[in-house]
Structures are given as C-alpha cells and as structure tokens.
Design a protein around this ligand. Structure first.
Ligand SMILES: [Zn+2]
Length: 179
C-alpha cells in the first residue's frame, strides 16, 4: 500500500475515520504515523486559536472602499458615455459639413464663375433653397444634445447624494468626498 500523504490530512482534521487498511498501514509505517501525529497536533493548535477579530472600523472602511470603487466605475461609465455621445455629435457635424461642402462644390462646378466672389455668391444661392432643411437638421441635433445634457445634469443634481446616499446616515460620511 502506498503512503497516506493525502489521506492523513483528512483523518487528522477529523473529516473521516481511517479505514482498516489505512490503520494497518499507520501501524506498520513509521513515516505515515509520524505525519499523522504532526498533522493532528497542527490541527489541534489551529483549532485552539481564537477566531481573529476584525479590526475596529473594518466594516465601515470596507463599505467606504466598496462605495468608492463603485463610484469610480460609474465615473468611468459616465466618461465612456460622454465620449460616445461626443463622437456621435462630431460625426453628425462632419456629415453636415460634408453635405455643405459638396453643395458648394457642385454649384462651383456648375457655374462658370472664375471670380471667387461669384462662386461664393452662387454657392450661397444654390444653398439658399435647402437652408431650412439644414436649419431643421441642426435644430434636431442640438435639441437632442440639449435633452441629453439636461438628463445628465438634471439627474445628477436630483441625486446629489449620489452613490453615497446610503452612507449619509453614517458617521464616516464626511470622510468621503468626491475625489
Ligand atoms: Zn506510509
């Protein structure tokens, strides 16, 4: 029979009793018998130790840290959202600019104008009929941005307690600022 390296731990911890074969081996094998004695002793010493007491303020400090981490992750989410909205706005503006430029280019090539003022004049005249549409598009874009801004800042002010609203009833609340 092989040595009982793995089984000794369980037997010493009292998780199970040794089988008849294991008992026979322990009687015959000095190394395993010594290992079992040592393991039993270690287990006894460990069991006699008082359970560690959590240091004072441990729970408060842990909760504070959890809230700080949550707050930071929310900040990151906020930043990502802002970046995405900003990119969308940029893309919209770029699209608007491309459309405007294309309109200018088209009218430039259509016209025989050689003088810059003439070109600008014609471009402006070509652009004039569709101006309301662009104004409408810009209005939609900016009102969308406005609604987003309002939702973002309005909500933030409403929940001024923010992620720490639960904590406000605790004594440790003043320690936590928005960092
Ligand atoms: Zn053995």
């Amino acid at each position: 029979m092989a040595h009982l390296d793995r089984e000794i731990e369980e037997i010493a911890a009292g998780e199970r009793h040794a089988t008849r074969e294991e008992r026979a081996h322990l009687d015959a094998c000095e190394a395993c018998a010594r290992a079992l004695t040592l393991a039993t002793e270690i287990d006894r010493v460990l069991a006699s130790q008082p359970p560690p007491v959590a240091p004072e303020h441990f729970i408060a400090a842990t909760l504070t840290r959890v809230r700080r981490e949550r707050w930071r992750s929310e900040q990151r989410l906020d930043l990502a959202f802002n970046v995405i909205v900003g990119l969308a706005g940029l893309i919209g503006l770029a699209g608007l600019w491309i459309v405007l430029t294309a309109a200018g280019v088209l009218s430039m090539s259509a016209g025989v104008a050689t003088v810059f003022v003439d070109v600008v004049n014609q471009a402006f005249r070509a652009f004039l009929p569709v101006l309301p549409m662009y104004v409408l598009a810009a209005a939609v874009l900016f009102s969308g941005l406005g609604v987003w801004w309002w939702a973002e800042h309005g909500l933030e002010q409403k929940g001024s307690g923010g992620p720490f609203s639960v904590q406000s009833s605790r004594a440790s609340a003043p320690q936590m600022g928005r960092r």
